[in-house]
Design a protein. Structure first.
Length: 239
């Protein structure tokens, strides 16, 4: 009789292959290449691009971790994207950490949810940590996109130790900060200098910057004299 293949999760699949538990099974389970292979087999993937920032995602990934990248075009709306891709507007906003409808066009691209496991099967997966949404995502790619992503990674690694790599990282950081400034400007109708001030005060965390702004706004509403500058320091925020 042909043995049954365990499909409940990658971890269970590994244990089924190596046979039960014990020190030997645990040793096999901890090998990165084994976990990657089990992850690919479980989701029926064509290949993986890059490495996970959090290796545990190989064992715990659910359908909600898989996304497709959409380049934002002129005329795109959250409602239109939700209708085209069969999902809720709130799902797209939560996935991309969008705080208003207008914030869509402060992004170059957004991530859209995957509806079923059948969409994942046969695709390549890129491990991508989104610094704006602050979460690791599994981005579906076709073969050509996967090859391009691998080439980009190799080029980045080749220059990472030199002056060119340092300049590249600085440029990427400045680009990200520019996006965050634009996002805060759009969502709260602020000028760039004010938005940059709150983001810098919050360590470039958008959530904390919004909280600081709302805290100041509430203070101004309560304080006599309206927009008089307060003298008390900002209250520290909890993560």
């Amino acid at each position: 009789m042909r043995p049954r293949t365990c499909t409940c999760c990658p971890a269970a699949l590994i244990m089924a292959i190596v046979g039960g538990s014990g020190a030997a099974a645990s040793d096999v389970f901890l090998r990165p290449q084994v976990r990657r292979a089990a992850f690919m087999q479980h989701w029926r993937l064509a290949g993986l691009v890059g490495s996970a920032r959090n290796p545990m995602i190989l064992d715990t990934a659910a359908l909600g971790h898989f996304v497709r990248r959409h380049v934002v075009r002129r005329g795109d709306t959250l409602t239109g994207l939700a209708v085209c891709h069969g999902c809720e507007v709130t799902t797209i906003m939560r996935l991309n950490n969008l705080i208003s409808y207008h914030s869509l066009h402060s992004r170059e691209d957004v991530f859209l949810p995957v509806a079923s496991a059948s969409e994942v099967a046969g695709c390549y997966v890129l491990f991508h940590y989104c610094r704006i949404a602050r979460r690791e995502l599994l981005v579906l790619l076709n073969e050509a996109e996967a090859q391009t992503a691998r080439t980009t990674m190799l080029d980045a690694e080749a220059g990472a130790g030199g002056v060119g790599g340092s300049r590249l990282r600085k440029a990427e950081e400045e680009a990200l900060q520019g996006k965050l400034v634009a996002l805060l400007c759009r969502s709260r109708q602020l000028d760039q200098a004010t938005a940059k001030f709150y983001l810098a005060e919050a360590g470039w965390c958008l959530k904390k910057a919004l909280a600081l702004y709302e805290q100041d706004l509430q203070w101004e509403c309560r304080a006599p004299g309206g927009r008089r500058r307060r003298r008390a320091p900002l209250q520290p925020l909890q993560d």
